[in-house]
Design a protein around this ligand. Structure first.
Ligand code: UD1
Length: 399
């Protein structure tokens, strides 16, 4: 019997994570999948273009919630998602990452007693001023199967008292998408579009409230980036929320800091791959830059993705202009970290996710206990050893 699984996507980073999981579920031939788009992101550049580039089919359901305050957006998603769950009655829902759509749909499913799988579980910045941290905590608390992308995920979940049997280390599905698109990424010469020479430019992305909502902070960061751009031209694809804040500042910026509209997924990867340095506050870009071995200055005081600092190329510089500029000058002078391979970031995370979901649902259907080691499949034995993962007895099954 095919398991009916409902996947939820809402915002740009979700789409990159959904694509490989959808493919892996289809490849097993044991799932019937319903894809729900909440409509949290809706612009062509933030949504439609990503669906096409990533080969994601039209969603079965689009909740078309659009933008609003956190409470209104979350409430709207919940209101519109509830009837979908009631009519579809899936065996489980699968939610991704830490956006409002993730937490909103998990809340609805939990109250209708539909089991929840969280892809990218256990990440914690320990900074509750971030809306995403609240979403992570809520989603993990409600999820029965917790699929982690890096060792910190397992550590944090165990520290919160979650049982070993609920956690499977699958690795990073975002890296699956990158590897899937590698040939297209390498074929694209970003300089052709923007007049930039490979290795002689930087890329900037900023959208976190902590960097863009306070005009003084935003102005300080922009002026700092302008000074950096005097040494190396910086291309800055501007997120819509950041664009609105920059327009409101009314700053006149020099031409070396090039503000452009959001770029599509392959262009974003290609721009990073060819860059001398990346400045970002995005979680996904910390991961992509680390995987591509490109120096990454993370304009945050903390990260929920510590592996990108430990083994990747990310350095936390916060949003103090002096610290940002010093770190940038050090990179120009040749002083930066080289990336080491990150366990399970091998392009096969989604296959492990699909195997784990199937094992988990099978165990519920047959009333057998779920064994995460078996469910995780055959790809990761060596990586597990590298991670030093050891397990005790396990007895959980989907509620
Ligand atoms: C959301 C996620 C964030 C993620 C980011 C990636 C939450 C709490 N935040 O932040 O974790 O890193 O997506 O982009 O879920 N807008 C448009 N067009 C769109 C979408 C948004 O113009 O298609 C504008 C609207 O003015 C909106 C603003 O961007 O008010 C913010 O959008 P929203 O989805 O609320 O949050 P993001 O900042 O995108």
């Amino acid at each position: 019997m095919a398991h009916h699984v409902l996947l939820v996507a809402g915002a740009r980073p979700n789409f990159i994570k959904v694509a490989p999981v959808l493919r892996a579920l289809d490849a097993r031939g044991t799932f019937r999948v319903t894809l729900v788009h909440t409509g949290q992101h809706y612009d062509e550049a933030m949504s439609g273009g990503f669906f096409r580039t990533l080969g994601i089919p039209e969603p079965d359901v689009n909740l078309s919630v659009g933008s609003a305050s956190h409470a209104v957006q979350t409430a709207r998603i919940m209101e519109r998602f509830e009837p979908v769950i009631e009519s579809e009655r899936p065996a489980c829902i699968v939610v991704f990452g830490d956006v409002n759509s993730t937490a909103a749909c998990a809340l609805v499913a939990a109250k209708l007693l539909v089991p929840i799988v969280h892809v990218e579980a256990g990440l914690r910045s320990f900074d509750r001023t971030m809306p995403e941290e609240i979403n992570r905590i809520v989603t993990d608390a409600l999820s029965g199967l917790l699929l982690t992308s890096e060792p910190a995920g397992r550590r944090n979940l165990l520290a919160e008292g979650r049982p070993e049997a609920a956690i499977v280390d699958i690795g990073n599905v975002m890296i699956d998408s990158l590897e899937h698109m590698r040939a297209q990424m390498e074929a694209l010469e970003p300089g052709r579009h923007h007049g930039l020479a490979r290795g002689r430019y930087g890329v900037v992305t900023l959208h976190r409230p902590s960097n863009v909502d306070d005009p003084t902070v935003l102005q300080g960061v922009l002026q700092c980036l302008e000074r950096c751009a005097a040494d190396v031209p910086l291309l800055f694809p501007v997120h819509p929320r950041t664009r609105a804040r920059i327009d409101a500042l009314g700053l006149s910026l020099g031409s070396a800091l090039r503000l452009v509209d959001p770029v599509d997924y392959i262009e974003s990867l290609a721009l990073q791959a060819g860059a001398a340095v990346v400045f970002t506050d995005s979680g996904g870009i910390q991961e992509e830059a680390s995987h591509l071995d490109v120096p990454c200055l993370t304009l945050r005081p903390n990260t929920e993705r510590p592996i990108t600092v430990e083994l990747g190329t990310s350095t936390l510089v916060g949003n103090d202009p002096v610290a940002i500029e010093q770190a940038f000058l050090a990179i120009l002078a040749g002083s930066y970290k080289k990336a080491s391979p990150i366990p399970l970031w091998d392009g096969h995370a989604a296959e492990r996710a699909a195997a784990a979901i199937e094992g988990w649902l099978d165990s519920a259907a047959s009333d057998r206990p779920f064994d995460p080691d078996t469910a995780a499949g055959r790809h990761d034995t060596r990586a597990r050893e590298a991670l030093g993962v050891q397990r005790a007895g396990r007895t959980s099954k989907p509620r």
